[in-house]
Write a protein that binds this ligand. Structure first.
Ligand code: MG
Length: 170
């Protein structure tokens, strides 16, 4: 059984992952509307990945006999701007998410809940990857600058992101 405080924190994190998924979906729609179809497709896959994270945590709670409490997903940020601004917002969101996961890890450590620490370690590793990926994209956007040809090449490359497989979440 998981400590009640940890259950609350994990339930909150489930909501954060689904919120991130919803935000990425809004970003995908925004980018699609800008004819950046490759970036939009990448965002859609990112949205799926975040939903997978939420489901992974939900499954963990059930496996530990915890009480899953789903709460409302807030409306996504309505003011989405340029491509660069969208990815800057994405990086901010990922950094906040990393901090939230660190807090849960810390709580699990205080409670000597080793299984939850191991579960959170998976998310910590995942966050390293997420932050690196978004930082790399921002770096490449910086390199492309105002060059439309470079932007279209990047858009094409972003569109080639493979679909997230369920096994990657295990
Ligand atoms: Mg996530």
């Amino acid at each position: 059984m998981i400590d009640k405080k940890l259950q609350d924190a994990i339930n909150h994190q489930i909501n954060k992952e689904f919120t991130a998924s919803y935000t990425y979906l809004a970003m995908a729609a925004h980018l699609d509307g800008m004819f950046l179809k490759g970036f939009a497709s990448w965002m859609e896959k990112q949205s799926e990945e975040e939903r997978g994270h939420g489901q992974k945590l939900l499954r963990y709670m059930l496996d530990r006999g915890g009480n899953v409490q789903l709460s409302a997903i807030p409306k996504p940020e309505p003011k989405l701007g340029s491509l660069r601004e969208v990815f800057e917002l994405s990086l901010t969101q990922e950094r906040e998410n990393t901090a939230a996961i660190y807090d849960i890890y810390e709580l699990a450590r205080e409670l000597k809940d080793y299984a939850s620490q191991a579960q959170m370690q998976w998310f910590i590793d995942e966050q390293v990857e997420e932050e690196k990926t978004v930082s790399d994209i921002l770096g490449r956007l910086e390199l492309a600058g105002d060059d439309k040809s470079a932007l279209l090449i990047l858009d094409d490359q972003m569109g080639q992101r493979p679909k997230e497989s369920a096994t990657e979440l295990e």
